[in-house]
Design a protein around this ligand. Structure first.
Ligand SMILES: Nc1ncnc2c1ncn2[C@@H]1O[C@H](COP(=O)(O)OP(=O)(O)OP(=O)(O)O)[C@@H](O)[C@H]1O
Ligand SMILES: [Mg+2]
Length: 276
C-alpha cells in the first residue's frame, strides 16, 4: 500500500502571472424572474494562481457547490459577473477541468482499472495510453494490486482512491473537488488526504476543494476562503503559511495548526448568519 504519511516536496510555489481561475463580482440567482428567486451567491470575487490549492468553506447552502458547477459550465441558468478558467469563460465538457464528488461514481461492472480509465475513455484518449496512465495512477494511490478487482471488492476508502486515480489520470490542469472525503471515517480521511497531497505535489494542479472539515482545509491548502451563510459572500481569504511538505497526521500536534483552526472557526461563526 501507499506510504501515505511521507509526502514528496511540492514543486515550488505557484507561478505569478495570469490566474488559472478568476471570479469577479459573481452573482448567482436561481429562478430569477420567477415568483421566488433564490440569491445563492452574492458578489463573490477570488482568483487562484496556477498550481494553487484553495479550499472553500462555509455553512451548508452558502453556494460552494454552485460555484463549482458554474466553473464547469454545468449550470445553464445565467449568472452575473465574470468567471474565467484559464482565461476562458466556463463551458460544458471543458477538458481543462476534472470534477470529483463526495460519492464515488464507480461503475460496478467495470474493474478498478477500467474505472480509473473511464474519464479518459470519455475524452477519447487511445486505449493503450489510457491503460498505461490508469495503471500508473492506481499505483500512485496504492491500488496497484487491485487493478482487476470490481468495486464490490473495494472498501469505501479504496473506491475513493480509485476515484482520485481517475480524476488525476485525466491530467486536466484544474481540479474541482466537492467534499471528496466527506463520507469517509476520520482515519481513512486522514490517509486519503495524504494520498491527495502526494498526487498534488507530483502533478501540481490548480485545485478548488470544498469541505466542511476545517482541519482538512488547513492541512491541504495554500489558502482557505471562508464564505458566509446564504447568500454566500466571502468573509475572509486566509493564507495557510504552514511549511510543505506537510504530513496531515503530524500537523495535529502543531500549535500553528490549532491557531489557524481557531481563526477559521471564528470567521465561520462571524459569517454564520446570512441575510435570508
Ligand atoms: N439547481 C438549483 N435550483 C434552485 N436552487 C438551487 C439549485 N442549486 C442550488 N440551489 C440553491 O442555492 C443555494 C446554494 O446551494 P449549494 O448547493 O451551492 O450550497 P452548498 O454551499 O454547496 O451547501 P452544502 O454545504 O450543503 O453542500 C441553496 O439555497 C440551494 O437551495
Ligand atoms: Mg455542496
Amino acid at each position: 500500500m501507499n506510504d501515505a504519511t511521507s509526502i514528496k516536496p511540492a514543486a515550488g510555489r505557484p507561478s505569478s502571472g495570469a490566474p488559472a481561475i478568476e471570479a469577479r463580482d459573481l452573482v448567482m440567482r436561481f429562478g430569477a424572474g420567477g415568483p421566488s428567486p433564490v440569491l445563492a451567491v452574492d458578489h463573490v470575487s477570488f482568483a487562484l494562481a496556477p498550481g494553487e490549492f484553495v479550499s472553500l468553506i462555509g455553512p451548508s447552502g452558502c453556494g460552494k457547490t454552485t460555484i463549482l458547477n458554474l466553473l464547469t459550465g454545468l449550470l445553464h441558468e445565467t449568472h452575473e459577473g465574470q468567471l474565467h478558467v484559464l482565461g476562458k469563460p466556463p463551458r460544458e465538457g471543458n477538458p481543462d477541468i476534472a470534477y470529483m464528488l463526495a460519492r464515488d461514481s464507480l461503475l460496478p461492472w467495470r474493474t478498478t482499472l477500467a474505472n480509473a480509465a473511464y474519464g479518459m475513455e470519455i475524452r477519447g484518449v487511445p486505449k493503450q495510453e489510457r491503460e498505461t496512465r490508469a495503471r500508473d495512477l492506481l499505483k500512485q494511490v496504492g491500488l496497484g494490486d487491485f487493478a482487476d478487482k470490481y468495486p464490490k471488492a473495494l472498501s469505501h476508502g479504496m473506491r475513493q482512491r480509485c476515484a482520485l486515480a481517475r480524476t488525476f489520470a485525466l491530467d486536466s490542469p484544474v481540479l474541482l473537488m466537492d467534499e471528496p472525503f466527506g463520507a469517509l471515517d476520520a482515519q481513512t480521511k486522514l490517509t486519503l488526504e495524504d494520498v491527495l497531497m502526494n498526487l498534488w505535489s507530483t502533478h501540481r494542479k490548480t485545485v478548488v476543494f470544498v469541505t466542511h472539515d476545517l482541519a482538512e482545509a488547513i492541512a491541504l491548502s495554500d489558502r482557505v476562503i471562508v464564505m458566509s451563510a446564504r447568500p454566500g459572500r466571502i468573509v475572509a481569504d486566509v493564507p495557510i503559511d504552514l511549511p510543505r511538505p506537510r504530513s496531515v497526521r503530524k500537523l495535529q500536534s502543531d500549535h500553528r495548526f490549532h491557531d489557524l483552526y481557531a481563526q477559521l472557526w471564528g470567521l465561520l461563526e462571524q459569517g454564520a448568519t446570512g441575510d435570508e
